[in-house]
Design a protein around this ligand. Structure first.
Ligand SMILES: [Zn+2]
Length: 499
């Protein structure tokens, strides 16, 4: 009906113009590709042996808008994302920034710009190749609905720690336009207001988590993209990356187990006991305790420490650092600082005991804590006394009350330290034939602030003549070193198996 009415208008226009060269030609049949039953036609005109159509009619069948400038006899046609400018009596058509020259000019009639059909459609076919086909032999123009597709491309990237899906759009979507859900081996993205070309977005993949991409226009308002998955999704995230990009990141069971394994492996590496600090007590101007036969604590403990170091390096792949390698003075606080700075995983301080009562004998092992017995406090006082040779003000007040307040917070490795002390004490007393005084806790400056399990071993009483003899003998020193080594090794195995 509408076509007939349009035809009448044109006939009147031609009569009014009275142009002999301008005659009506056969209507051009319009077929809609998505609905073969729907047909339409537009009027065409012959002028100087060239067949014309009006831009207005063309816009109407395409359901797109145009803009007229009567003064310049110019029409602008909006096609998809392209702007097509046609000026009457001008052979050039400007598409965006590009000029196309037609062999014949467009003309102007009744406030309308008319273009040569063949040339004009030829240009339009280049702009929207999938939406228009001019079948010249049947004089039919086949039109596919003007794609207002706003979802243009899907890219999938398999990353080491997940899969990234990039959806490129030609329109801004907001979070409220999008919904992501997973189920039954599929991940679905619903895009409200999305227009999608199902056929061009379909894809299959031989590798990766995603095996297939299926896009569908569910309704006029809803486009859906389905991703078929080879693994179970554990985590999915939707992100509007930029105005024209929707990002989906997914992590599957596989990614997660790989990732967790990696994190655990890294954590484990951090905890592995790969470096220890051995601290031979005293040194230099501080001889430590001195026995009746002139045996100095500093010499005995350095010797035991050297044997111990050798055992660790020979039998285990563990780096051993010593707070002193020779007879030199090292301040107490520098000993734990040294261990902390080197990120050692264990701190073992080696000493020999002394008492005014020369009958006192036996081996004991200490960890840092408020001294619970007079005996333990005495030992700590003795070992701490060296700070008189240092700048005492640098040391915290380790008096009982103060200690209880701060020691727990200070020594987060108390449990491990106690465990290590237990093992060392058991092994030395068992294999060296010494009296087992036991594991005790007390406030030793040399252990204060160590950020690793730490213990102090009192290998025997240098003030006891019998034990002094033992302590100065190389074989006994080696025996002690190997007892400490075995027990520390046992601790390391237990500790690392629990990581
Ligand atoms: Zn000592």
């Amino acid at each position: 009906m509408k076509g007939n009415f349009r035809l009448k208008v044109w006939i009147i226009a031609i009569i009014v113009l009275g142009s002999v060269n301008f005659i009506q030609a056969q209507n051009l049949t319009i077929i809609y590709g998505n609905d073969m039953a729907a047909r339409n036609s537009i009027a065409t005109f012959q002028y100087n042996n060239v067949r014309y159509i009006s831009i207005d009619d063309f816009a109407e069948i395409f359901n797109t808008h145009i803009y007229h400038n009567k003064q310049n006899k110019k029409t602008i046609l909006y096609l998809n994302n392209s702007v097509v400018k046609i000026t009457a009596f001008n052979p050039f058509i400007i598409v965006d920034q590009q000029a196309f020259q037609m062999p014949a000019e467009s003309i102007y009639l009744n406030d309308r710009v008319l273009v040569p059909v063949n040339y004009f459609i030829g240009i339009i076919e280049q702009i929207i190749p999938n939406q228009i086909v001019f079948n010249k032999s049947r004089d039919e123009l086949v039109i596919y609905p003007l794609a207002t597709n706003n979802v243009s491309k899907i890219e999938i990237e398999d990353k080491a720690n997940g899969t990234l899906i990039r959806i490129l759009t030609t329109q801004n979507f907001t979070d409220s336009n999008l919904s992501l859900r997973a189920g039954q081996g599929w991940l679905y993205l619903d895009i409200y207001g999305g227009k999608i070309d199902s056929s061009s977005l379909y894809a299959q993949f031989k590798q990766g988590i995603i095996s297939k991409v299926v896009a569908s226009q569910i309704s006029n308002e809803l486009a859906q993209i389905g991703f078929q998955l080879r693994d179970i999704i554990i985590e999915k995230n939707l992100l509007l990356q930029s105005s024209n990009e929707i990002l989906i990141s997914i992590k599957t069971k596989k990614d997660f187990s790989a990732e967790i394994t990696k994190v655990l492996e890294r954590e484990k590496q951090k905890w592995l006991i790969d470096r220890i600090v051995i601290d031979p007590g005293h040194g230099g101007k501080d001889p430590g305790a001195i026995g009746r036969y002139g045996t100095r604590e500093k010499d005995v403990v350095l010797s035991i420490a050297r044997y111990l170091k050798e055992l660790f390096e020979e039998e285990l792949n563990i780096e051993v650092l010593m707070t002193r390698e020779d007879d030199r003075f090292v301040e107490l606080r520098h000993r734990t600082e040294f261990a902390n700075r080197n990120q050692a995983k264990l701190f073992i301080s080696i000493h020999a005991n002394a008492n005014y009562n020369r009958k006192m004998r036996g081996v004991s092992t200490y960890f840092l804590g408020p001294g619970k017995t007079e005996e333990a406090r005495e030992v700590a006082t003795l070992e701490n006394s060296v700070i008189r040779m240092e700048n005492e003000s640098r040391y915290a007040d380790l008096s009982q009350e103060n200690f209880i307040l701060s020691a727990m917070a200070q020594n987060v490795y108390m449990k491990e330290s106690q465990e290590l002390a237990d093992m060392v004490q058991r092994e030395i007393s068992r294999t060296c034939g010494l009296r087992d005084i036991g594991v005790l806790q007390a406030g030793f400056y040399v252990l204060w602030g160590a950020s690793m399990p730490n213990i102090l071993i009192e290998t025997g009483f240098i003030s006891n003549p019998d034990e002094e003899k033992l302590l100065r003998s190389r074989s006994f020193q080696q025996k002690q070193a190997s007892a400490i080594f075995r027990s520390v090794k046992q601790f390391i195995e237990k500790f690392e198996s629990g990581i």
